[in-house]
Design a protein around this ligand. Structure first.
Ligand code: 4VN
Length: 323
């Protein structure tokens, strides 16, 4: 059977960097507090670029890198929870900007699992045989939905985007996946609430437009489901952990990754971590990591990696990818 392979990967983040010390000027926090609890040293923040602009930069780089012309693209999917608009979708804005006139385009909402969910969807379109080239992007401008007065959340998040071009391959590519949601705990992390309000009804309480989370609950959820999901991938695909060169987790919090590594009995060196530089960029964190790894020459043909996303929804998903 035909597989879906990654043809090119790239990433882009706003140039402006805000350090923990910079943040301690606007909220009661410190570099020591943030770094010891999360592994974060700094984040890239938008100085006006919106999510679609981050995506467009990634898409242009992907076309350039892979020598693909925009007319060849059949499908564009963007995973994001911070789109420019509810409509048009971020993916349609990308399509228009790059001139991918033959593509169809849509966004998906799966928070920190957004890139893995979007890649899973693209994989099925490619496997159907009817579509040859897809652009899959994870992108966020979380800085526009965090509460800059709330020191428990504003220190955690950053802006950025990353993505891939996928196409059919005979061998390798996406070899296994494990996808889940748990909507019953969905309200443990919310953002951009909009209650019905019209001539017939007025909301009983105000909308909360910000990103809010029950940190402890999400932390516990992640340390429980991620090791399980990674083990599922190993079992389903019949490989051993020794065959896996890197595990590329959603960059939520380095302490969560430490616990996941310990539970899996995998050395922490097998995990690619860059949360120190970008903080938590939700759907963008995995493709930004892949982009950096590719740049550093860490991903060679035939290497097997596991990507694992987890977060609001609640959602989680893992994939085994042979490069
Ligand atoms: C997945 C996770 C998180 C997350 C949850 C908790 C948390 C990140 C709570 C304890 C706090 C430090 C921060 Cl696991 C977020 C997302 C959303 O992308 C997804 N940090 N923390 C402390 O006091 O130690």
């Amino acid at each position: 059977m035909l597989n879906t392979g990654i043809r090119a990967v790239d990433h882009y983040a706003p140039e402006k960097i805000v350090t923990n010390d910079d943040l301690s000027q606007i909220v009661d926090t410190s570099d020591e507090w943030i770094y010891t609890r999360t592994g974060i040293k700094q984040r890239h923040l938008s100085t006006g670029e919106d999510t679609s602009q981050l995506c467009i930069e990634v898409a242009k780089r992907l076309l350039e890198k892979s020598g693909t012309s925009p007319e060849e693209i059949d499908l564009i999917i963007v995973g994001t929870i911070s789109p420019d608009y509810a409509t048009p979708s971020t993916a349609c804005l990308v399509q228009g900007a790059i001139g991918a006139v033959n593509a169809f385009a849509f966004d998906i909402s799966a928070a920190c699992s957004g890139f893995v969910y979007a890649l899973s969807i693209a994989d099925k379109f490619i496997k159907s045989g009817g579509y040859k080239k897809a652009i899959v992007i994870g992108a966020e401008t979380l800085s526009k939905i965090v509460d800059w007065k709330d020191r428990s959340t504003c220190v955690l998040f950053g802006d950025g985007a990353g993505g891939v071009i996928v196409e059919p391959v005979d061998k390798g590519g996406i070899l296994a996946e494990d996808m889940h949601s748990k909507g019953e705990d969905g309200l443990k992390m919310t953002g951009n609430e909009r209650k019905p309000e019209n001539m017939l009804c007025t909301p009983e309480s105000e909308n909360n437009p910000y990103l809010v989370m029950d940190g402890r609950a999400i932390f516990n959820f992640a340390t429980k489901v991620v090791p399980h999901s990674v083990n599922e991938i190993i079992e389903k695909s019949g490989i051993s952990m020794d065959d896996v060169k890197y595990i590329v987790p959603h960059q939520a919090n380095s302490r969560i990754i430490d616990i996941v590594a310990r539970k899996l009995n995998v050395p922490i060196e097998k995990f690619y971590l860059n949360i120190n530089e970008y903080a938590n960029t939700s759907a963008a964190s995995i493709p930004i990591a892949l982009g950096e790894m590719s740049e550093k020459g860490l991903l060679k043909k035939g290497d097997k990696i596991i990507v694992t996303g987890f977060g609001a929804g609640l959602t989680w998903g893992s994939m085994l990818i042979e490069w």
